[in-house]
Design a protein around this ligand. Sequence first.
Ligand code: ATP
Ligand code: BTN
Length: 231
Amino acid sequence: MEWKILRLDEVDSTNEYAKKLIPDAPEGTVVVAKRQTTGRGRRGRAWASPEGGLWMSVVLKPPKIDPRLVFVGALAVADTLRDFGIDAWIKWPNDVWVGEKKISGILTEAKGSSVIMGIGLNVNNEIPNELKETAVSMKGLLDKSVNLEEVLKKLLHHLGHWYGVFLENPALLVGEVRERTVLIGKKVRVLQDGGELVGTVVDVSGDGSLLLDVDGQIIKVLYGDVSLRII
Ligand code: ATP
Ligand code: BTN
């Protein structure tokens, strides 16, 4: 993949910026900002994006929009962390965690036939007080600052790799996610629009959904606006 990197000092959200570039921006366009003033997670939740972190959005033009694309980002982040000696796991569907704390989140959005894959990774940034219990940065884990450019370079390399796998055979991505999630066998609470489900995770199925055992019944939880907590 040929990446074309646009660098900004400050922006509301790299996803919003990238969206405005579509449909003209070619596949592989990358928007990176030093800080975001209104970084967002899913459902418009705020994403803390002070200077020092990696806040970026990548424009992809897959042959078809597929919810499993989010795994391309999650696997690429996990591999990047591994390059720095950090062992991370994938919290289905869109987060990367180290131990009990979130280090990265991925927000994929479609516009026309393009996908904007937003990736937020806590690198050298401060974690705001209200998130200290649940969030961590690479600097916090390694006890030293990390070269942000190096992180970006490695992340783009891994994104290219996993996007290639996605184009060839998206089920392979799911296999990898299954390997790297600690959720299987865990009891979880899933919050959805329609209410909540409590069950034990049985598997991540080939289409990317989560299979839950709820009182002996297997329920399929589709990727979407779901929040998941291990209980
Ligand atoms: P969670 O990640 O708490 O399970 P979720 O994945 O459903 O929830 P998202 O919308 O994906 O929620 O992520 C947004 C949440 O991530 C915010 O509500 C906040 O709790 C957390 N968050 C915000 N900024 C950061 C950050 N820089 N690092 C880690 N976590 C953050
Ligand atoms: C999540 O966990 O909900 C996903 C968080 C995604 C954050 C990234 S930072 C770069 C891009 N711009 C945004 O506003 N959000 C994504």
